[in-house]
Design a binder for this molecule. Structure first.
Ligand code: NAD
Length: 246
């Protein structure tokens, strides 16, 4: 039977790469983005690769949107086996100037959005005998980043939420894992591989690629990873463990 995956924030960057990889691996994929127009390029790329995908527009920080889009995923694709929390926003502001609005925008999407999607997905999975929830966090779960207090705090929350979900939902056959990437070359975050700062900080001496994050998610989604839950996996070219502090 075709397995079904939902990927949030999948119109661009890492989310688009994950959706495409899962479609190539034979998943029917629900492509969430804020709007149907934003989701369309990924849906088309998945179809062009021979896969099946549908656009599931909605704001992950809105409870009604999340209920609707998860239900629509199940109705249109026939179930929900894997949910990938990828959507996030990141804003820069010195802490002394960080507004409550900016704090809320980031916490609402980057942490509450993960809670809402995980809960709705888990309800479906629990009723169907299990599933996998993968949340894209960041090395900044653990690594402070001046000017990004809200983003880092949200990502730290994603790490603990994942551990809690993994423990609590194991009896339902649900696994939960956080993937913590380092510097990944996307449209919105690209530096040349010969950037001196990058080469000094990252032992692998290059940025990671969205396809590499997607490959890790694909493995976690598979039965090969059946013993991996309630934990985080860092993919950062050695940056967190060995790189000098920024
Ligand atoms: P990106 O901005 O291309 O992707 C984020 C996507 O989420 C965008 O398409 C955006 O429109 C969507 N989104 C934002 N708010 C949303 C909402 N409320 N509802 C639905 N969709 C929403 O950036 P990316 O680099 O591909 O990041 C993807 C994930 O990877 C994020 O969770 C990010 O924190 C994480 N990450 C990225 C890097 C990196 O170096 N690129 C490193 C570590 C972690």
């Amino acid at each position: 039977m075709t397995r079904v995956a939902l990927v949030t924030g999948a119109g661009t960057g890492i989310g688009a790469a994950i959706a495409l990889r899962l479609a190539r691996d034979g998943f029917a994929v629900g492509v969430n983005a804020r709007t149907a127009d934003d989701a369309r390029p990924t849906v088309q790329a998945a179809e062009a690769a021979g896969g099946r995908a549908v656009a599931l527009p909605g704001d992950v920080s809105d409870e009604d949107d999340v209920r609707r889009l998860v239900a629509e995923c199940v109705d249109r694709l026939g179930g929900l086996d894997v949910a990938v929390n990828n959507a996030a926003v990141q804003e820069e502001a010195p802490f002394l100037d960080l507004t409550l609005e900016a704090w809320r925008r980031q916490l609402d999407t980057d942490l509450t959005g993960v809670f809402l999607v995980s809960r709705e997905a888990a309800r479906q999975m629990a009723a169907r005998g299990g599933g996998v929830i993968v949340s894209i966090s960041s090395v900044h779960e653990h690594r402070p980043w001046p000017g990004k207090a809200a983003y880092c705090t949200a990502k730290a929350g994603v790490g603990m939420l994942t551990a809690c979900i993994g423990r609590e939902l194991a009896p339902y056959g649900i696994r939960a894992v956080a993937v913590a990437p380092g510097a990944i070359a996307t449209e919105s975050n690209r530096r040349p591989d010969d950037d001196p700062e990058l080469r000094a900080q990252v032992p692998a001496r290059r940025m990671g690629r969205p396809e590499e994050v997607a490959a890790l998610v694909a493995w976690l989604a598979d039965e090969d990873a059946a013993y991996v839950t309630a934990t985080r996996i860092v993919m950062d070219g050695g940056w967190e463990a060995y790189g000098p502090a920024v």
